[in-house]
Design a binder for this molecule. Sequence first.
Ligand SMILES: Nc1ncnc2c1ncn2[C@@H]1O[C@H](COP(=O)(O)OP(=O)(O)O)[C@@H](O)[C@H]1O
Ligand SMILES: [Mg+2]
Length: 590
Amino acid sequence: MSIRRLPPELINRIAAGEVVERPASALKELVENSLDAGASQVSVRLSAGGLELVEVADDGCGMSPDEMRLSLERHATSKLPDGAIDRVASFGFRGEALPSIASVSHLRLESRVLGADGWFIEIDHGEKVAEGPAALPPGTRIRVERLFDKVPARRKFLRSPRSEYSACLDAVKRLAMARSDVGFTLDHDGRRILSLQPADAPARVAELLTHELDRHGVGIDCTREGLRLTGVISLPTFNRGIADQQYLFVNSRPVKDRLLVGALRAAYRDLIARDRHPIAALFLDVPLEEVDVNVHPAKTEVRFRDPAAVRGLIVGSLRRALDEESQRSAAREQAAAPVMWTTSATYDEQLNRHSRASGDEQGWDPAFAGVTTLREEQRLFEHPPAARAEPAVESVQSYPLGVARGQVAATYIVAEAEDGLVIVDQHAAHERLVLERMRLAREGGAVARQVLLIPEVVELDESHCDRLDGAAAELGDMGLELERFGPSAMLVRAVPAALGKADAANLLADLAAEIAELGGPLSLRDKLDHVAATIACHGSVRAGRVLSVAEMNALLREMEVTPRSGQCNHGRPTWVKLGHSEIEKLFGRK
Ligand SMILES: Nc1ncnc2c1ncn2[C@@H]1O[C@H](COP(=O)(O)OP(=O)(O)O)[C@@H](O)[C@H]1O
Ligand SMILES: [Mg+2]
């Protein structure tokens, strides 16, 4: 085995593997360079999601021809002037982005320093093919074409232009939030997508996040021991199916750091279901020496000298802000409390303990949820007690899930079976039934649709519309007929009949998120079940709806003949049964 030095082209390609995975990562590096060059305006143009063209132009300091040549060499950087790797304030510092990108594409670099003439250099897959004078305003313009054309291994991993485009849009949004003082434009396939004037941070964030946050957002501004946290987060009730709208920044650098994401999660623990995600734009400012940004080639992760302090600040201040705002949320969503049957001995003890603690109205302990006095119910469900008893209309014997005896809190059906007491979570159960119905109809090839008399217009993010648009045929097969209605709206023409009256806007937003998570329309066919489940959830009887005895019994009967009806689409049980012998044990009769 002989050791040899790798040729520079190969070194660059290896680095490219780390720094430029896809058009969006090349774009991120180029925009970061523009910001580091002091640009006040950054203009981005893309074709075919960046697969054909990524172009970034800025009005920054520009480069002389010599600097341009140097910039294309590995580990050549104008940043880190005194080698202070532990105090990095610029986005870049590794000096590998430009040579890496140039090694896997056709790149044209044009630049001009104020008061001098412009120059261009063209590189094809690592080799200089031309250079000479160029006409351009002061600043720099870089065009990247045919990215990965000659790197089939990489090319294979690229997705459709549409999903590469959403990744590019996401990258620009993150940097535009990080530097609200800079103006940005983004054009895709000749269309203007973003046009952002310099603004203060809250205004920029508001412009780029969903406008719903005006109503459903909570502002954050907290300082502790030299750390400062600012930004906005969503109320727990305003959440999403995927974590795609969490924008986190450390010293104005967009990061996807695990510590920060974990702290955000922790702040919402037990306020939000485990499979739902808040929206957030959070800016953490820490002294430069408190953070190491050189732990990841794309610099999206950081290392804190005192991670516990950072976590404490985030969890503490978000939690406090959410608690203060808890009255504002439409309905306080508590994590489902485990049913805990209790005997009168422990009951008294718990009630005592509870009344001691109950000075704090918000701070109830889910462990007490099993103690179902009327007073407790009131606290649990935040509306007046809705339990009611019904005379049995049929003989109890004939049905495994029994006959309905009543409804508790407009959420749970209480039924009497031959061998015990059955409690059904009406929403979870119905959701399952709708899903199974849709599945059956699909297998039979005929999903009943309900055509809307007046088609509904739903406004959504453009990228969401793109996703739904791309999946329109498959969704149509499931009875959901959609049509594009301008860049950022969809027209709903028909809904699956199983859905009944549903909130189309919410359904579409969840579906788009679902499709994004599943990896694009191509794989959708295999994953129809997920999408069907999302539709089913929207079509289901909500907790909180008062049901008639006939409706309750109909639900029970359908559950008995439906496969997999014992668990909801999220894997929780739809019903529990307390057998006669267990009831007897509770009362010490056995
Ligand atoms: N848009 C730009 N304007 C001015 N100078 C630039 C621009 N892009 C790159 N440069 C110069 O090229 C050098 C190399 O860039 P890059 O490979 O991204 O490494 P890094 O950003 O880590 O220094 C930078 O340090 C900078 O001097
Ligand atoms: Mg750079």
